[in-house]
Design a protein around this ligand. Sequence first.
Ligand code: 9D3
Length: 251
Amino acid sequence: MPRFDVLSLFDGYFAPLREHGICRRAFDSGAMQLQVWNPRDYASGVHRCVDDRPYGGGPGMVMLAEPLERALDAAQRARRNAGLVTAPVVLFSPAGAPLRQTDVQRWADSDGAVLVCGRYEGVDQRFIERSVDCEISLGDYVLSGGEIAALALLDAVARLLPGVLHSAESAQQDSFSDGLLDCPHYTRPPRDAHGAEVPAVLLGGDHARIARWRRDRMLRLTLQRRPELIAALRAAHRLSARDEAALSAAD
Ligand code: 9D3
């Protein structure tokens, strides 16, 4: 059961996670724990300052190391008091490694982590070098801080935890967990008001044929939209001869 401790100047981002959907279920069932620590509460002086101007000049502000360090100490102490060993410290930053489903699965199987959400132009490098174990990004676009990235990780982890999803199969059948994009889905009616029909194979009840159709559609869609994912599966010898046949028929 992972426990996550989040360091954030905007702790209000994390309350809704406990209130909705699959994440709420993960917290209510005790499958995942979350505690949020605000570095502002660990800042010194009457002004409780958490940032300052960058040495060398330039735009924006930089987060002070000290309030982060003290909030991190409080979080690690609380974890120790709960019987856990010191957790790895993750910093969300545009310079991090893009988050992948394999990483999400590892966090779901772990005791959790301390998640540090950067704000402003960044965090004093001395905090990163002293205290951060890895840096994670959500992708190559600019966010205003690490909170949305932390929420994405927590959401992705929550749905993998035992007893949280309706069907254990859903997580197993995920797009990405097998390295492919998902196939199209259909539900009632079989012919809609626009006259559009559901592919006949899905209505036929031949489950082997349905499984083959779905696999072929996943392979074709992935080749069209994310050819690098097909290349990675090929390199890992995770495509069968009939997968290759479906791909040749596709182009
Ligand atoms: C021009 C330099 N900018 C780097 C792209 C400065 C900068 C912009 C935005 C520094 C920090 C941020 C705030 N972003 C995050 O903290 C962040 C982030 C992101 O912006 N994109 C993708 N993933 C992440 S994780 C944290």
